[in-house]
Design a protein around this ligand. Structure first.
Ligand SMILES: CC(C)(COP(=O)(O)OP(=O)(O)OC[C@H]1O[C@@H](n2cnc3c(N)ncnc32)[C@H](O)[C@@H]1OP(=O)(O)O)[C@@H](O)C(=O)NCCC(=O)NCCS
Length: 180
């Protein structure tokens, strides 16, 4: 049985998560021009329009392949950032998120992660992970607030350099035996 995949749109309180469209290249470009996003995520720095459009096209292809579903985070007609689930071909997907500076400090990232968890809990996903780079206190706080526990700390690669990575895990059923 293939694993269920997230839908093109997810409700998130007053926000809506909409699968990335061609028009979202500007949002991707804005995020790529934000120092914290570039520091803590895999977003390339300072994307040109052509690069941002091709990044969107790659993400849409990855969604078609069932590998990653990335959403733009909408409040009315304002896009605040992106979030999504990767590793969808495996039972345990990985949540990701990045907000524009104007959207921070309102609990938006936590709300988005909870919307992703609601979907995961209802669709045969026993757990979800988040990976944060050591020192990213805001993202660690989001993971905690969304109900994740710190699971593993490993040395790994971040943007081509060795870094300490924290793996957080949320279990759909905390009483069930945890997946590996
Ligand atoms: C991580 C991020 C999405 C958080 O989004 P947010 O919706 O603004 O989250 P909040 O502002 O509500 O902050 C969540 C928590 O982090 C804390 N926090 C925010 N900025 C912080 C900072 N610079 N240092 C320490 N704690 C910080 C807040 O006080 C809050 O903690 P609390 O729940 O104990 O009050 C946002 O900062 C961002 O886009 N960062 C760059 C990209 C990124 O790091 N993505 C995650 C990669 S794993």
């Amino acid at each position: 049985m293939p694993l269920p995949l997230p839908p093109p749109e997810l409700p998130c309180g007053p926000l809506t998560l909409r699968a990335i469209t061609d028009d979202d290249w500007r949002l991707e470009q804005q995020l790529s021009r934000c120092a914290e996003v570039v520091r803590w995520t895999s977003y390339p720095a300072d994307l040109s329009e052509v690069e941002a459009r091709s990044r969107v096209a790659r993400q849409q292809e990855r969604a078609r392949q069932g590998a990653t579903q990335r959403y733009a985070i909408w409040e009315d007609d304002v896009a605040h950032g992106t979030c999504g689930l990767g590793s969808l071909g495996q039972a345990v997907p990985e949540a990701m998120y990045a907000l524009l500076p104007t959207a921070r400090g309102r609990g938006i990232a936590t709300a988005c992660v909870k919307a992703l968890l609601d979907w995961a809990a209802g669709h045969d996903r026993p757990a979800v992970t988040i990976v944060t780079v050591d020192g990213n206190a805001a993202s660690a706080a989001v993971a905690r607030r969304a109900g994740f526990d710190l699971w593993q700390t490993v040395e790994g690669d971040h943007r081509g350099r060795s870094a300490t990575l924290h793996r957080w895990r949320w279990l759909a059923d905390p009483r069930a035996s945890a997946p590996a």
